[in-house]
Design a protein around this ligand. Sequence first.
Ligand SMILES: [Zn+2]
Ligand SMILES: [Zn+2]
Length: 356
Amino acid sequence: MEKTYYEVLGVSEKATIDEIKRAYRELAMKYHPDKNPEDKTANERFREIKQAYDVLSNPSRRQKYDNYLRMKREGRLPNQQTYQSVASATNGGQGTGGVYPRGYTPKRGKDVDYELTISFRESYFGTEKTIKVSIPGPCRVCNGTGFDLSSYVLCPTCYGAGYVIQTVQTANGPVSKSITCPTCKGVGGNYLRKCSRCKGTGSDMYLEKIKVKIPAGVENGAIIKITSKGGYGFFGGPRGDLNLKMKVEKDENFWRVRNNLHTKIVISFVKAILGGRAKVNTLKGEEIIPIPEASTLGTELIVEGEGFPDPITGERGDLIVEVEIDVPEDLTEEEIEIIRKFAEISGIDPMDPEAP
Ligand SMILES: [Zn+2]
Ligand SMILES: [Zn+2]
């Protein structure tokens, strides 16, 4: 029966970290190769002490090692052959090409796309929305590893250290150096089962409410990037971004051309000829605008600075009011008489196809 790491250091299995440190210091001094240049067993002993200390002084390694000891004592530890074959089965393609999973490096979360529809009015004034987004991230149960964390067993060669001490003979005598453990390729152990929640994918979804601010002037099709609100990172990696793909609804009375806000008004032919004033509905409310003389169909009346703000410069476009002219259908005899007189004075013969 091999010695446990506790026995190597001569401490109890309930030893505190301070007791472990003290025991290690004493033994390391005693067996240090520099102090025992002639003694080969001292070298061996020192290596053993160092390995035991590396595992027991690290709380998570120590816990794994304790698990290992418990399983071993309860006879639940699989022999190395089943261990390796199960390991290859659960390796899920992310292994080293060997039978053990690779160490986990931080990975940034995925960027998430979300289509957000706002009204035309909201695109003019800007708005704030609370959206519900499905955010991908590491599995709640296995933290993204894809493995059943309780099925971890330490590597039978290095007991979780990930390396072994090798002694090589040199001209100056034996020299110890640590090399990556050949059995586990430095990982230190392996999981025997896949995570039951994610079935080994390591991924999970999180429904999240996110408050987003939509600035005034956002155009249909614009993409608003909200940094660090996308997918959760794996193994300590940062969060990805949330990309809002903006959809702006059409409006019955208003439309947008570049940064200009367009609308139209209908005025009578009298106002069109004589000029005057007209009430126009803008997104901000009613406004009175002047109508110049001799306005025609399609005349554009410009109210400066009442358009959309430019998303980059903040400079506002204009409100452009397009004129439509109403020709009345229900004129009285008297009104028709006046129009006829007008035609006569201006020399317009309505029956002349050449006349304007
Ligand atoms: Zn190993
Ligand atoms: Zn999982």
